[in-house]
Design a protein around this ligand. Structure first.
Ligand code: PEP
Ligand code: MG
Length: 620
């Protein structure tokens, strides 16, 4: 594609398009989002909305014409969706910008309909045997040339129209050439990554030693991307409307991951305050690190187990530093992300072995693959598509349902886990099933587990005499309400409050639009936590909480009061949670929990919880 030297004036540029945005503002601009991962980051913006390098010209053979037209249709559909989405976001912009952009986005939507651009590109694929991106570029150039050679005195108007055609062609090219695996290698050291959206798989590629912070327009507080960012200790604000429109590459920015604020072009005073906060954070970290060797025990001597959640192997040093008593939730999805093939049994065993070794006999709870919903992974798409997602991926074939439908995946993972457990006799491995809804799923998984163990033993593999415990995640309302029945099939429970809140309240945990409705303190969620905890305690079965709730020091009194004695969280949260535990009396917690559970209003519950934490709510 030729370079566009006739781009429209800055004021007419659409949001989200690099180099094509509203005029530069140098005044301080504050944008609010959802606080997701605490910490202050100061640095230049590095936005990821830049168009890719030009696509190389490519010819195709006659047999590929239909496939190429299909690619074009998919890219057109994706582009239309993006333009429609941009339009819904106009409301957050100043009125002037809205007036400029609305007709422009309408023009884009039209060009993505039955337009000359799309018809012409289709023809070029067929008649010229060209790849879709080459056909789009050629057609856009041809249309732009016609527009520019028109006899019209409004030369600026002609240039603008030609620019619009090329702009939409660039969007199509971006969608056509999109690399399924993004790379963040080009992000300069100390930069703050700004994106419309980051997937959990993207987040797994970020290097916290390089990147200072992350801010995105989409996303919720307890989505997996947020969890990954917390795990990496990266200050982050997600769900910040208007961000990609306002931020440009190189802009100076202060990001406050605890307050959920992004300040572009900070004033000297803002910058000085941010630097002071960075120093205060460092002092606080230093203070908390002294807790590392102290036990997590209440003032009346009740021990509480504080474990770490782990999403990627890079977290191991952080987990050790935090003084975690083992891993309460190893999310094995990382093994399946950012790759096109499946990791085989040996590859999986090679990934688990160093984790067991690093935890040196402390428990390691390995959750088998929880694929589906927002944790979509390339490696699995093949063979499961087009049925895996269904009309509502969160309610579709995910977690243990998917594994029981593809038992070869479950068998391979069980075999890898059993082998490493056998090879490390001093380790304490546990195996956890995700997204359980009925006891029969645990029973069916256990049959496979035992069958795999028998097969391995026949093969001469050394396995632990007693197989590692097999537990169930309680993260759907169905599982929570059937917890007494599931407890008869499972060896332990891990309560996943992230999904439990999502499914109970019918609020997507990763959606910024409904983030204000996502509330694990809703009495419905708390009652389900209470019901499942009590079902486990009646059978003297181990039960833990491994949702994000567990890492919030303010919620510790309530959770201990409900009978929970094991909390698993992102490693960075352990010191503060330990500090909270060490200041509590179990009797106070139990009385406090009873009082909370009598409430029906989530706002009142929040008030009580905050009051307890600050000493306003009576402890007795
Ligand atoms: C949960 O749902 O609370 C949980 C711990 O699992 P994940 O966040 O991985 O879905
Ligand atoms: Mg879950």
């Amino acid at each position: 594609m030729k370079t566009d030297k006739s781009a429209p004036p800055e004021a007419a540029r659409p949001p989200g398009e690099a180099g094509r945005r509203a005029p530069r503002r140098v005044r301080e601009v504050a944008i609010r989002g959802i606080p997701v991962s605490p910490g202050i980051a100061i640095g230049p913006v590095f936005d990821t909305t830049e168009p890719p390098a030009e696509a190389p010209r490519r010819a195709i053979d006659a047999a590929s014409v239909d496939a190429e037209k299909g690619r074009l249709a998919t890219a057109v559909a994706a582009s239309r969706k993006q333009v429609a989405k941009l339009k819904t976001k106009l409301g957050v912009l100043p009125e002037e910008a809205q007036e400029e952009l609305e007709p422009l986005l309408d023009a884009y939507a039209m060009m993505l309909g039955d337009s000359r651009l799309i018809r012409g590109a289709r023809k070029r694929i067929e008649a010229g045997l060209l790849a879709a991106e080459t056909a789009v570029a050629d057609e856009a150039d041809a249309i732009a040339e016609v527009i520019l050679s028109a006899k019209d005195d409004d030369k600026a108007g002609l240039r603008r129209r030609a620019g619009e055609v090329r702009e939409i062609a660039r969007r199509l090219t971006r969608n056509l050439t999109q690399n399924p695996f993004r790379s963040f290698k080009d992000v300069p050291e100390g930069a703050i990554l700004v994106a419309e959206e980051l997937t959990p798989a993207d987040a797994a590629l970020l290097d916290p030693a390089r990147i200072a912070g992350v801010a995105t327009e989409e996303g919720g507080a307890d989505g997996h991307t947020a969890i990954m960012l917390r795990a990496l200790g990266l200050p982050a604000v997600l769900g910040a409307p208007g961000l990609t429109e306002a931020a440009r590459r190189g802009d100076p920015v202060v990001l406050d991951g605890a307050a959920g604020s992004i300040t572009l072009h900070p004033s000297a005073a803002t910058l000085a305050a941010a630097k002071e906060q960075v120093a205060a954070y460092a002092r606080e970290r230093q203070r908390l690190s002294k807790l590392r060797r102290l036990p997590a025990v209440t003032t009346d001597g009740e021990e509480v187990e504080l474990q770490a959640n782990m999403e990627i192997p890079a977290e191991l040093p952080l987990i050790a530093q935090a003084g975690a008593q083992g891993i309460g939730l190893l999310r094995t999805e990382f093994l399946f992300m950012n790759r096109e093939d499946l990791p085989d049994e040996d590859a999986q065993a090679a990934a688990y072995a160093p984790i067991l070794a690093a935890m040196a006999g402390d428990p390691v709870t390995i959750r088998v693959l929880d694929w589906g919903g927002e944790k979509d992974m390339e490696a699995l798409a093949e063979g499961v598509e087009p049925h895996h997602a269904g009309p509502n991926p969160a309610l579709g074939l995910r977690g243990v349902r998917m594994l029981l439908k593809r038992p070869e995946l479950l068998e391979m993972q069980f075999a890898a886990i059993l082998r490493v457990a056998g090879a490390a006799p001093d380790s304490q491995v546990r195996v956890l099933l995700p997204m359980v809804t009925v006891p029969a799923e645990v029973k069916a998984a256990r049959e496979i587990y035992e069958r795999v163990a028998r097969r391995l033993r026949r093969r001469g593999e050394k396995l632990p005499e007693k197989l590692p415990e097999l537990g169930a995640m309680i993260e759907t309302p169905g599982a929570a309400l059937a917890a007494d029945a599931i407890a008869l099939e499972a060896d332990f429970f891990a309560i996943g409050t992230n999904d439990l809140a999502m499914y109970t309240l019918a609020v997507d945990r990763g959606d910024a639009e409904v983030a204000h409705l996502y509330d694990p303190l809703h009495p419905a969620v708390l009652r389900l936590v209470q019901f499942s905890t009590e079902a486990a305690l009646r059978l003297r079965m181990p039960v833990s909480i491994c949702g994000e709730m567990a890492g919030n020091p303010r919620l510790v009194p309530l959770l201990l009061g409900l009978g929970i004695r094991c909390l698993s969280m992102n490693a960075g949260a352990i010191p503060r949670v330990k500090q909270a535990v060490r200041g509590l009396d179990i009797g106070d917690c139990a009385r406090f929990a009873r009082r909370v559970m009598e409430q029906s209003d989530p706002a009142r519950i929040r008030e009580l919880v905050d009051g307890f934490a600050t000493g306003v709510t009576e402890r007795g």
